[in-house]
Design a protein around this ligand. Structure first.
Ligand SMILES: Nc1ncnc2c1ncn2[C@@H]1O[C@H](COP(=O)(O)OP(=O)(O)O)[C@@H](O)[C@H]1O
Ligand SMILES: [Mg+2]
Length: 309
């Protein structure tokens, strides 16, 4: 997973890493939930909402259509309510609630989460590269895992208590009993999926999380703050990659003052980065002569990241 603020190079590095691994013969899926169709841009191919699409041999890319997933999700919820409660029609007040909930950011997050869990749990690839939206859904998932745990424990206890009251009052109805078990089973299913995927996310053997940053004061500050947050949730941070570094060899040439000033600033902040993230800088990638789209440019970035491809 690549994290960091928007525009720093997450999608670029995701694509380059996928390219590198695919060239090594690994089966790779690079996927994104960013509504700005950025993998489509970098691969110069419209893949939005089309499922895994082969880019080159072994390299598959997928852009998740979050809106569609939210709609599917709403339908699923309607269906579950109908079957669990034995209704033939969703009551109006519940329907308006379902509609209102779709506008909640949490609903979209949850739908995206579901899709990501589906992708990872399904298997079929050697590597999954998750091109995260700015600041990373990872934190959200991980915090959800503990919230769900507490919530489900509470609900289970409540159900147990209610059952005891019911027994005293001798009002238990068999069909109602079954319905409640279906609801609990659903909750346990959700809980299991969240625990499974948060287990994958926090397993250092399976998951690597890289932060992308550039040699600028504000970016360094933000990266440090984000890294502290990630540490709090036990996300295995694997290191930092510096992007858009002006090539050293330019220095020896007759360059304008403008560029000389840029170099002075860059040298200063590269030093700050070195001191701040001691021993955790994995690569620095040069500022290219143009934006990174298309396989030849992706290959260039991959070489800059990993050495010879
Ligand atoms: N090393 C680089 N040299 C030149 N352009 C770059 C470099 N890294 C990224 N870019 C360009 O910067 C823009 C933002 O990069 P992107 O990977 O989409 O960022 P993010 O996914 O973090 O928002 C893109 O147009 C990309 O081509
Ligand atoms: Mg991006």
């Amino acid at each position: 997973m690549f994290g960091g603020k928007g525009g720093l190079g997450k999608t670029t590095f995701s694509a380059a890493t996928a390219y590198y691994l695919a060239k090594k013969g690994k089966r790779v899926l690079v996927f994104s939930v960013d509504p700005q169709a950025s993998l489509s841009d970098i691969f110069k191919k419209d893949i939005f909402g089309k499922g895994p699409t082969e880019i080159i041999p072994n390299l598959y890319a997928q852009e998740i259509d979050a809106d569609r997933r939210v709609k599917e999700y709403q339908n699923e919820i309607r269906q579950k309510i109908l079957t669990m409660y034995g209704m033939d029609k969703i009551p109006e007040e519940i329907e308006s609630y379902i509609q209102a909930a779709a506008a909640e950011p949490a609903m979209e997050e949850s739908a995206i989460f579901d899709e990501v869990v589906d992708i990872v749990v399904k298997g079929g690839y050697d590597y999954y590269i998750y091109d995260l939206v700015p600041l990373g859904h990872a934190l959200y998932y991980l915090s959800m895992a503990s919230v769900y745990d507490a919530w489900i424990d509470k609900i289970t206890n409540l159900r147990q208590q209610m059952r005891e009251y019911d027994q005293v009052a001798a009002v238990i109805r068999r069909d109602k009993d079954l319905d409640e078990d279906a609801i609990l089973n659903e909750l346990l299913y959700i809980k299991d999926r969240i625990n499974k995927s948060s287990g994958i996310l926090t397993d250092k053997k399976q998951t690597a999380f890289f932060f992308v940053l550039t040699a600028e004061q504000m970016i360094i500050n933000d990266t440090q703050k984000a890294a502290q947050l990630f540490a709090k949730f036990d996300v295995p941070l694997s290191g930092y990659i510096i992007n858009r570094v002006l090539p050293e060899e330019l220095k020896g040439q007759n360059i304008p003052e403008y560029l000389r000033n840029r170099f002075t600033m860059q040298d200063k902040y590269l030093k700050v980065i070195e001191e701040t993230f001691q021993g955790q800088i994995l690569a620095s990638v040069a500022e290219m002569e143009r934006d990174v789209t298309g396989i030849p440019m992706i290959e260039k970035v991959a070489k800059s990241m990993f050495g010879d491809v």
